[in-house]
Design a protein around this ligand. Structure first.
Ligand SMILES: *[C@@H]1O[C@H](CO)[C@@H](O)[C@H](O)[C@H]1NC(C)=O
Ligand SMILES: *[C@@H]1O[C@H](CO)[C@@H](O)[C@H](O)[C@H]1NC(C)=O
Length: 467
């Protein structure tokens, strides 16, 4: 095999990044931000800057706003939605060598986490009884010297060990969410059937739990990426999705620079443009970028940063138009209802003093988190990066024990008052939280009202005629 010259990809990229406080260029301050900040961020969205936020390369411990509450508030329950960590691409760029990334977990490779070896050794003693079928057939940690398609990488494991440790310091050490003699039914664990989501969930839990006892772990399997199993049938949601896809297609056709770029890349790899586009090259290019591996070359030339910038810029433009046209919002309101409904159900049981399911973890995908963010009205939030976390905290006011409140956090940022159900609340109340009733009212009714029809429940909204 010919040895390709490696150009120091990230080294040069990081000079483009306007924040330079942290060693690898992505400071904890910029990593925390989910809404564009006109003061410190480039006025024109920089595609490479956005891509590096998406990579979420582990660096020094980040500061986060989870668990912040006045001291007369008691933490009742926590509901965590994660996207899996960094993974190998799902697609290959045709006729090129795929990036050489090692998916075994080793101490002498960066990024590293002090719990990495213990994680591997604990996982290798894993117990089949801890998983609902068919999860028990999945490997419990990544282990291929050349990653398989979609496999979680060491970076992905470290990202979630870090998430787990951060949540442990806040929720267990500081707020004592679980009693010392916690039991299996105090956790609720659910994952899709991909190895990367299961392994991400395990890494987070391994960082989170004080003692990872296999007898107290039970992961349920969720067949749907929308976490809607049982209530997935929703024809109107599918109609929104079709219209959204049509919008996406038309926007792409209008972008002649994008078409030109795909054409150039197709020539380099010597396949028809259509085939190149269908191979979703941005997914593979992001992997090259996140892992500091130069883009592929053939004897016709190299895929390069200019190609990457054009495609990534189009993605950003697409997200902007998606917000404006609101078709995705319609899809999201219906798509996110089942999981939000499940979550408020769990919260309501906790307010009644039930001690089960105090910590819920849903290990999921960008196509899970994205609709939830959009449905909550967080349309300005960035696209879910690797190992993104969205958290719902339920609190009780010790001075008024009947009052329960929620906080919503995205990647450590408090976004409670950016949600559509609590936007106006903080102007009227001095409390730094949102009443649980607001969230309940939103999920039970207002989500459907927001769709603009006359429906006030999920079933009607899903089957509305003449949409
Ligand atoms: C990227 O790789 C090059 C060599 O291939 C190396 O010199 C450089 O330090 C790397 N950059 C980062 C940020 O790891
Ligand atoms: C919402 O949750 C309740 C239980 O909390 C359940 O009875 C109801 O069927 C759920 N509705 C939908 C549409 O998922």
């Amino acid at each position: 095999a010919s040895k390709r010259k490696r150009t120091p990809l990230l080294l040069s990229i990081f000079h483009l990044i306007p924040v330079s406080t942290a060693k690898n260029g992505v400071s904890s301050k910029s990593r925390k931000r989910i809404m564009p900040d006109p003061v410190t961020e480039p006025p024109v969205t920089d595609p490479v800057y956005e891509a590096l936020l998406y990579c979420n390369i582990p660096s020094v411990a980040e500061r986060s706003m989870e668990g912040h509450a006045p001291h007369h508030f008691k933490l009742v329950s926590v509901h965590v939605f994660i996207r899996h960590g960094d993974r190998y691409p799902l697609y290959v760029i045709p006729k090129t060598k795929r990036p050489e990334i090692d998916c075994t977990l080793v101490a002498n490779r960066k990024p590293y986490h002090p719990k990495l070896e213990a994680f591997v050794s604990h996982m290798s003693k894993g117990s089949g009884a801890s998983f609902e079928s068919p999860l028990n057939s999945l490997p419990l940690y990544p282990n291929h010297p050349l990653c398989e398609m979609g496999e979680l990488t060491q970076t992905g494991v470290v990202q979630h060990l870090q998430n787990g440790q951060l949540l442990r310091d806040i929720y267990l050490k500081k707020h004592k969410l679980l009693p010392n003699d916690w039991s299996a039914d105090q956790l609720y664990l659910e994952t899709t059937g991909k190895s990367r989501t299961l392994q991400s969930g395990l890494a987070l839990l391994y960082g989170f739990l004080p003692d990872f006892d296999w007898k107290k772990i039970y992961f349920r399997h969720q067949p749907s990426a929308l976490f809607c199993s049982g209530t997935c049938y929703c024809p109107v949601r599918n109609q929104y999705l079709e219209k959204e896809q049509r919008r996406q297609y038309l926007l792409r056709l209008k972008n002649s620079q994008l078409e030109k770029t795909y054409g150039e890349m197709a020539k380099i790899v010597d396949v028809p443009t259509k085939q190149l586009r269908a191979a979703n090259p941005i997914d593979s290019m992001l992997c090259h970028l996140c892992h500091n591996v130069s883009f592929p070359c053939t004897r016709n030339g190299c895929v390069d940063m200019e190609h990457f910038k054009v495609i990534k810029t189009h993605q950003i433009e697409d997200e902007r138009e998606r917000r404006e046209k609101k078709l995705y919002l319609g899809y999201s309101l219906l798509g996110a209802h089942p999981i939000l409904n499940q979550t408020i159900g769990r919260m309501q049981r906790a307010t009644e003093g039930r001690k089960e399911e105090l910590f819920a973890l849903y290990s999921a995908h960008d196509v899970t988190l994205s609709p939830v963010l959009s449905a909550l009205g967080l349309s300005e939030a960035r696209f879910p990066r690797f190992a993104a976390r969205l958290i719902f905290e339920l609190w009780q006011d010790r001075e008024k024990p009947n009052e329960h409140s929620v906080r919503i956090l995205y990647n450590g940022v408090d976004v409670t008052f950016h949600t559509s159900f609590c936007q106006d609340h903080h102007k009227r109340s001095p409390k730094p939280m949102c009443p649980l009733e607001n969230l309940v009212r939103f999920v039970k009714r207002d989500m459907f009202v927001a769709l603009g029809g006359s429906s006030t429940n999920y079933y009607d909204a899903c089957h509305r005629e003449g949409f």
